[in-house]
Design a protein around this ligand. Structure first.
Ligand code: PAD
Ligand code: ZN
Length: 362
């Protein structure tokens, strides 16, 4: 493309400091170095984790930073030695890279050579999880890119970069929900509703959806929840309500909110000897949870999931193919589509509980 090898000036949402709203700025994006790919982001979802960045509740984030991690786009240019993608390919950038060589995480505030490709007003801007999808162009390592089917609608499959894959994978990969089982899902945002979809796809016969915002219930039912309950409608603790509803507690419980109390309630809601609880929500960095040890001693299992436990580079293209074969309807998570300039409006909708997923279009 004509821009290959050149610095591109484009729009990006910059978080200059903790607690400040995002500011849409003109940024400079340097060309990709060896082993890197520059992507023109077409669409990006807003995930609650992006809000955690702005509030400072996520560890290892350095300001100023360009957030965003649920994007899809088209390769603009490639650095030396890149072989798995070429300009024009449709791709999803990955927050969990799969290099095939190692299995540990490294800091992702700067690219692997410890420099940034972003600058604005003469200042270096940090990357977020290497992928910073709130930028019209972003540079990522080749092993943090998944090439997807050319037929994929980028304004829909961007959710596969995080929310949908996380929730669906939490049920399928992490919990390994069995047919005929019972499940409870705490928190019905984009992630929790994707857990509901995963439980249904795995053949669960009872899926109890739990949220304090009853406006989420209609969509939860549409996606497979058999019951929807609001903890505020009961005097007794919600774990007791769930245990009474199911006899001995659910087989699998999931927390997709990010609060200690609801994690403990979800753990206590599953069967005391065989239940599996999957922690999906992110607690504030540095926080700790204390629990009654009896909750685990009797035999319950506490698991956690990052991005739904997929090997992302291999599995995201397969998920996109399943989407194109209409094996699930992740489109129904998208309640709002806004032009990129309205990024802060998208965050307001999320905080007010009015949206499931907002997709921003460049
Ligand atoms: P969201 O804000 O869209 O949804 C959260 C839902 O929880 C909303 O429907 C709320 O009404 C509901 N809720 C809030 N408080 C309570 C409560 N006390 N009891 C019951 N329901 C409540 O967020 P999201 O779906 O984008 O993300 C959910 C969490 O998952 C969040 O903590 C995010 O950071 C985390 C996440 N984790 C991963 C991962 O890899 N583990 C990936 C993506 C997101
Ligand atoms: Zn996310």
């Amino acid at each position: 493309m004509a821009t290959a090898g050149q610095v591109i000036r484009c729009r990006a949402a910059v978080a200059w400091a903790l607690g400040k709203p995002l500011s849409v700025e003109e940024v400079e994006v340097a060309p990709p170095k060896a082993g890197e790919v520059r992507i023109k982001i077409v669409a990006t979802g807003i995930c609650h984790t992006d809000d955690h960045i702005l509030k400072g509740s996520l560890p290892n984030v350095e300001f100023p930073v360009i957030p965003g991690h649920e994007g899809a786009g088209i390769v603009e240019s490639i650095g030396e030695g890149v072989t798995s993608v070429k300009p024009g390919d449709k791709v999803i950038p990955l927050t969990i890279p799969q290099c095939g060589e190692c299995s540990f995480f490294e800091p992702q505030n700067l690219l692997p050579d410890k420099t940034s490709r972003f600058s604005c007003k003469g200042k270096q801007i940090h990357h977020f999880l290497w992928i910073s999808t709130f930028a019209e162009y972003t540079v990522v390592p080749e092993y943090a890119v998944a090439k997807i089917d050319t037929a994929a609608p980028l304004d829909k499959v961007c959710l596969f970069g995080c929310g949908f894959s996380t929730g669906y994978g939490a049920a399928i990969n992490t919990a390994k929900v069995k047919p005929g089982s019972s499940c409870a899902v705490f928190g019905l945002g984009g992630v929790g509703l994707s857990v509901v979809m995963g439980c249904k796809a795995a053949g669960a016969s009872r899926i109890i959806a739990v949220d304090i915002n009853k406006d989420k219930f209609a969509k939860a039912k549409e996606l497979g929840a058999t019951d929807c309950i609001n903890p505020r409608d009961f005097k007794k603790p919600i774990q007791e309500v769930l245990t009474e509803m199911t006899g001995q507690g659910v087989d699998y419980s999931f927390e997709a909110i990010g609060l200690a109390d609801t994690m403990i309630a979800a753990l206590a809601s599953c069967n005391m000897s065989t239940g599996v609880f999957v922690m999906v929500g992110e607690l504030d960095s540095g926080s700790e949870i204390s629990i009654d040890p009896m909750l685990l001693l009797t035999g319950r299992t506490w698991k956690g999931t990052v991005l739904g436990g997929w090997k992302m580079r291999e599995c995201i293209p397969k998920l996109v193919s399943s989407y194109l074969e209409k094996k699930f309807n992740s489109d129904s998570l998208i309640t709002h589509t806004l032009p990129f300039a309205k990024v802060n409006e998208g965050f307001e909708l999320l905080r007010a509980g009015k949206s499931i997923r907002t997709v921003l279009l460049f």
